[in-house]
Design a binder for this molecule. Structure first.
Ligand SMILES: CC(C)(COP(=O)(O)OP(=O)(O)OC[C@H]1O[C@@H](n2cnc3c(N)ncnc32)[C@H](O)[C@@H]1OP(=O)(O)O)[C@@H](O)C(=O)NCCC(=O)NCCS
Length: 201
């Protein structure tokens, strides 16, 4: 399912029952203020290889609180996943950017990351974004599979992008254009991007 399809088809429940390991009810909330910041930081610090300073977290959550979501195990009252994003003008396009995405190990494989990302993308679409980008380590099979399933294409390979020396793929999701007669997808102006199996073609 592409992100656009997920966004269009979802009734956006604020709470969902998961399958897989345990049947905990998962509740999704938008970033609600300073009390959420330590929850976001501890999840990301524990699970992502790239170190972020508190200034980086604040940059995202203060400027685009509507694009950060947290998933809670409703019974335990525990934060089990988060997505942190931004949006703005970039080379003449208004685009969204997914900066961080994490789900705690025992809660993986239940669609939590998909729901978090879909919620952010929905807000980006409603805000007029034309595309969404992010970087993922070329070795991160889980993230690449997740984003591929949502319709993201591999636009570029970035050599030794991360501090740990690993290359990144820049992934890109292009929203279908409303204009009739134009191709639904136009690849960026720098001309070095490779279009792969997009669900919109
Ligand atoms: C990547 C991550 C966020 C996925 O979270 P999740 O809640 O398990 O993801 P979902 O359940 O929504 O997965 C949706 C789809 O993604 C793919 N996927 C997710 N994890 C996968 C894995 N480890 N291996 C293969 N495919 C995977 C599958 O296609 C899956 O659909 P399916 O379960 O129907 O097959 C989680 O593994 C994580 O936090 N990893 C560490 C941090 C990280 O790498 N973040 C991404 C940085 S770019």
């Amino acid at each position: 399912m592409s992100a656009a399809a997920a966004v269009a088809g979802s009734s956006a429940p604020s709470s969902m029952s998961g399958g897989g390991s345990g049947d905990a009810e998962i509740t999704y909330v938008c970033y609600g203020g300073e009390h959420h910041l330590p929850l976001v930081m501890s999840l990301v610090d524990a699970e992502l290889s790239e170190p972020y300073s508190i200034f980086t977290y604040r940059y995202f959550v203060y400027l685009w609180p509507q694009l950060t979501f947290l998933a809670f195990d409703a019974k335990e009252g525990k934060c089990v996943g988060t997505v942190v994003c931004k949006m703005g003008e970039h080379r003449g396009a208004f685009r969204g950017y997914i900066a961080m995405l994490v789900v705690l190990k025992p809660y993986r494989g239940r669609g939590i990351a998909t729901e978090l990302v879909t919620r952010s993308i929905r807000v980006m679409m409603e805000s007029g974004c034309e595309e969404v980008t992010l970087e993922a380590e070329v070795t991160n099979k889980g993230a690449l599979a997740l984003y591929g399933r949502l319709g993201f294409i591999r636009a570029k390979r970035l050599y030794r992008y991360y501090l740990n020396g690993v290359d990144a793929f820049r992934l890109k999701l292009l929203f279908p254009r409303p204009d009739h007669g134009l191709p639904p997808i136009m690849i960026g102006s720098d001309g070095d991007e490779q279009q792969m199996d997009s669900p919109y073609l």
